[in-house]
Design a protein around this ligand. Structure first.
Ligand code: ASC
Length: 155
């Protein structure tokens, strides 16, 4: 049986709606993923600022430094999982993530992985009360932030 023109157009319509629905769903998910990772980076930035400011004091509160380092250490190993395909500049959602994250996934994973060992060292130095050591080590931590941002984050 040859389907009527009306049936055919209804089928085409349904298919188009399903596609549009899929695209809308993908956009919603990309937005949620982007908002979550931005909130995480914001938390890390806040902890970095607290440590940078805190370590300028004559007698830094090393317990507070350690606590902020622990916050960053908790996020660090997860960073490369926050960039699923479809959450880059093509998502149509404002993001500072550069396309290079997805065109150079090995380079991105390597750059992102440099934070964890450095922040772990900073936390240990802070727990040991080593002020001079912590002041030197936070520069190493900041260097890993910058190393990743330079290549993979839009200014
Ligand atoms: C910070 C922070 C960053 C890095 C970066 C290092 O304190 O929030 O993103 O250090 O500025 O250059």
């Amino acid at each position: 049986m040859i389907p009527s023109r009306r049936l055919l157009s209804a089928a085409v319509c349904a298919a188009a709606l399903a596609l549009a629905g899929g695209a809308a769903l993908a956009a919603v998910n990309a937005k949620a993923v982007i908002e979550t990772r931005e909130a995480n980076f914001k938390s890390m930035g806040k902890a970095m600022k607290a440590m940078n400011d805190g370590l300028k004091a004559d007698t830094p509160d090393m317990a507070a430094i350690a606590a902020n380092a622990a916050t960053i250490r908790g996020f660090a190993p997860k960073i490369s999982t926050w960039f699923p395909k479809g959450t880059g500049p093509e998502a149509g959602v404002k993001t500072e993530a550069k396309a290079e994250i997805w065109t150079d996934p090995a380079g991105f994973a390597a750059a992102a992985s440099r934070l964890e060992p450095e922040i772990t060292k900073l936390e240990a130095l802070a727990r040991a009360g080593d002020v001079a050591g912590a002041r030197a080590q936070i520069r190493m931590v900041g260097g890993t932030c910058k190393g990743c941002h330079d290549k993979f984050k839009q200014d």
